[in-house]
Design a protein around this ligand. Structure first.
Ligand SMILES: [Mg+2]
Length: 325
């Protein structure tokens, strides 16, 4: 499909040209993008797949939501490091029979979010796919030298915090699997269809030196907290009664699964971070609620526990989301 590919690239280039930033020297139209980082900053790079049937379904997700969610995956990783996004690159493989409208809407969703965060789309590749839509987003960012938030900085005694609410996104997926119809236009369901990456919160955590470790919750709290425990060589205790449960599962008639969804559901794209006990963490950062949910403990085996509402402590196993299969 040489003509279509040329047209497609011309369109992306046209759209991408609208966004100019100080970091961008040369974007689409040369062999490489040329980017400039602020003096004394380090480069952050992250890459994430969005695969049809794994991360989205065309019958459930409008194309603009797929584009938006594709870029959120990358931006959320930059947020988790406390970085500032610099530029995005997209490689996209599409089936030959995919309607042009779908592709247009995909880019509308992706570029709308890009514009909101002043992240230019500065390159990528297109190809024909034999099986479904495959999108790979690369997002680059910057952080002042040595200031990027890592997974490895948590210490015994640190408190564990999360932003926003948990379990809403996976609640939508579970409801869709159960045959429910969930409209992308439903206000409460936006967190699933159009999740906002927590860039500003990450930036403030880093700038004010509040967090000792940070990760974005993309695979589910139990799995992502497990990554912090592994990298920091510590254990963790989470209090069920403190979890900021999303009201969405209840709205969708699966309120009995709220705790499971908050612990093991994926794609919340909230930030999970740790801080010293003596560090004062505001109840809101950048307008978003921040909740203390537990504490880091000393444990060589890097185990996690959950304390239920009756005070009973049981192991918390990493049972994060396993996508749309
Ligand atoms: Mg991540």
């Amino acid at each position: 499909l040489p003509l279509r590919e040329t047209e497609l690239i011309a369109r992306i280039r046209d759209q991408a040209r609208k966004l100019r930033t100080k970091s961008l020297i040369t974007g689409i139209g040369d062999d490489c993008a040329v980017l400039r980082l602020p003096r004394g900053h380090e480069l952050l790079v992250t890459t994430d797949f969005s695969l049809e049937g794994v991360h989205f379904r065309r019958e459930w997700h409008p194309a603009d939501a797929v584009g938006h969610r594709c870029l959120t995956r990358g931006l959320s990783d930059i947020a988790a490091m406390g970085g500032e996004p610099v530029a995005a690159f997209l490689s996209l493989a599409i089936p030959a029979d995919l309607p042009q409208d779908w592709i247009d809407d995909f880019f509308d969703g992706l570029l709308r979010l890009a514009k909101g965060h002043k992240v230019p789309l500065t390159g990528g590749d297109t190809a024909e796919s034999r099986d479904g839509v495959l999108a790979d987003i690369v997002v680059t960012g910057s952080a002042p030298r040595g200031k990027a938030l890592r997974r490895s900085g948590a210490r015994p005694g640190d408190q564990i915090y999360v932003t926003g609410e948990l379990g809403g996104s996976a609640g939508v997926v579970r409801a869709l699997f159960a045959g429910a119809e969930v409209s992308p236009k439903m206000k409460e369901a936006r967190r699933h269809f159009y999740p906002e990456p927590r860039i500003e919160i990450g930036r403030r955590l880093s700038e004010r030196g509040l967090a000792t470790a940070c990760i974005d919750i993309s695979d589910g709290l139990s799995t992502d907290l497990g990554h912090i425990c592994d990298e920091s060589r510590v254990g963790a205790v989470v209090e069920e009664g403190r979890l900021p449960l999303s009201p969405l599962p209840a709205l969708l008639g699966i309120g009995d699964q709220s705790v499971d969804l908050a612990l093991n559901g994926g794609e919340d794209y909230e930030l999970l971070f740790t801080a010293r006990t003596k560090t004062k963490i505001p109840g809101r950062i950048a307008g978003m609620r921040v909740t203390r949910i537990g504490a880091i403990v000393k444990d060589k085996r890097r185990r996690m526990w959950i304390i239920d509402r009756r005070g009973e402590q049981t192991p918390l196993l990493p049972r994060g989301w396993e996508h749309f299969r």
